[in-house]
Design a protein around this ligand. Sequence first.
Ligand SMILES: Cc1ncc(COP(=O)(O)O)c(C=O)c1O
Length: 393
Amino acid sequence: MYDFDTIIDHHGWASEKWAEVREVMGPDSDDVIALSVADMEFKTAPEIQEALHRAVDTGIYGYEYCTDAYYAAVQSWMLRHHHWDIKREWISVSDGVMTGVFTALRAVTHPGDAVIIQRPVYYPFTNAAVRNGLSILDNELVLGDDERYVMDYADLERKASDPRCTAMLLCNPHNPVGRVWSRDELSTVAQICLRNGVTMLVDEIHADFVYDGHEVTMFSTLGEDVAANCIEFTAPSKTFNLAGLITSNVVISNPELKRRFDIAADNVAGLSVNHFGLVACQAAYEHGEAWLNELRGYLDGNLDMLRSFAAAQEGVTLVEPEGTYLAWLDCRGLGMGSDELRDFMRNRARVFFDEGALFGDSGKGFERVNLACPRRMLEQACSGIAHALGERG
Ligand SMILES: Cc1ncc(COP(=O)(O)O)c(C=O)c1O
């Protein structure tokens, strides 16, 4: 019913992803396939486009508030998709997840404190900590022999008990390693943080993408004590390719934490809401389900293709994703240093990834693959790599 196969001409579109390719690779880079920045090479759902068209046609773009219908759409989506019953007064609309994370860090930490992150992880987490005057305690994820990442709880307990540690930034599902943390894993983390007075900031922006056999647990559904100790970040931006409309929803059930969050937001003149972002988010949560279901099937097909490609290449292993539309390719078996691997992918294979080293030292030798693209693009990327590996001998 929906079209995920058409390749969109990126020349007519101010895309950060493709601009970076041109900037790094120069003007003769039209043959390069970009599978880097985590937005999609698909148009959003037509149902959302129609709602946006209607909003444009009113010609009225003055100051707006969040309507009852907006909140109801968010609440209903979370209940239907995540068995998560949230109250309207728990929701703050934010201009993007990272703006919410910055605000939350200012609300629950003081400069000089330390925050736990789990590398390799979405690199703006590091930036958010550093920009807020925090030092980082890296509870590095551990890659088992089965190519599956797990958490190191003993190390987490040690770091959480550091008197400087006041917050932990958790990514669930995890970008880039693709883990959908189980209820048990999340409970263990929650208990460690509760025991040590560490406030949890949980980024659930990828929660709408899980592969069969896995289920996302929204952190605060673990129990009232856990909910009272956390701030959660959700958004329709990954799910429906709406990142440019910078609209996300922060959920805080603890009134005292919410008060601190609101003060931190007010201290920088409040979080902005954008009329078109609100319209798109509401339409997505009300009418986007069919599109999303079809997209999930398409992503399954893309993942199958990447899996077969990796299985056929010596030295390349897929870290099987459980969620997100990102995949993590272990290329350490190719025996290249991380600069060499990046240059090989870009200049020989003509594929532009977000290189693993961006996500922390433990990401060296990996590449993050954005699967949210027409299959022909992924096919071209895979054959570019296979060909370049063949030439290398
Ligand atoms: C884990 C994670 N959090 C946050 C973001 C960015 O969200 P926003 O653009 O709403 O700040 C991304 C984008 O890739 C992400 O992967």
